[in-house]
Design a protein around this ligand. Sequence first.
Ligand code: PLP
Ligand code: COI
Length: 341
Amino acid sequence: MEKKNIDWANLGFAYQKTDYRYVSNFRDGAWDEGGLITDDTITMSECACVLQYAQTVFEGLKAYTTEDGHIVTFRPDLNAQRLESSAKRLEIPVLPEGRFVEAVTETVRANAAYVPPYGSGATLYVRPFMFGSNAVIGVKPADEYQFRVFTTPVGPYFKGGVKPLTIRVSDFDRAAPHGTGDIKAGLNYAMSLHAIVDAHKQGYDENMYLDPGTRTKVEETGGANFLFVTRDNKVVTPKSGSILPSITRRSLIQVAQEYLGLEVEEREIYLDEVKDFAECGLCGTAAVISPVGKIVDHGTEICLPSGMAEMGPITKKLYDTLTGIQMGRLKAPEGWIHVIA
Ligand code: PLP
Ligand code: COI
């Protein structure tokens, strides 16, 4: 299969149309058989539930070319399970895990020409999503839904690749206590748009959101979970009911313990203690692990000892091990790598 003529090394995190997408529609109480199509547009009622009441949930995962030339994805079963919990929370009918994995597999395989080559630094981002598609004017769930998967080749999420980021403590919350912060729903990201535009205007790369209940604890950023390293090399990551359960974070916890022999603590982290950490990173599918060099809390700068020039040493080990597993350089734990081609 011939690859597309794309400047892989200089891709940013932007949408680029690829040839195929997978679509299945839910009507009369059941998902249809579904299949690949080429049309990248969607036509629906102006009153569709997704357009009026934001009834939509999504996922994000990546396809990689491994060192030995296979195309793989990383733990798609966990994306299927998270989409299921997101869907249930917004009264969207569940798509069975097997169908989700099959749809991702078919879409990636059909777009194999867009999967960046091994060593290019780019990956194929896969975006499965579902939304209420029929007209609804009273506040209630739709009766009809579409599940869709598209792909787009991407480079690093943050400009500058793995250069340490400067983030600020946000005055806005991204989630409510007992709200929807723990699911992957478009509405959480709509909430964050003003905060991210404002952060960029003020010269910051991202926002650190605090817990909406007390505003004393670290939650996450708009698109990634936090991971901290203590001065004695312990990995510490926030535990909260209002953050997204990141698949990257859950994987890194296992990598830290089993591959690197590090101690890991998942616990509440107070903003007050952040100044004592040695390293900080943002972890997620898009972010992979992006190092944070500086956190600004209303004029008070917290400068991580790892500095603004490069990733801290433990963050780097975690990064190298995780990407080594994803790219087939290191043996993966059972079930982590789903081979597509
Ligand atoms: N937190 C938020 C708000 C996200 O949007 C994402 C991205 O998916 C993550 C965390 C990281 O999750 P994952 O590692 O499953 O991609
Ligand atoms: C992902 O990492 O897959 C996400 O969905 C984050 C998003 C901000 C791009």
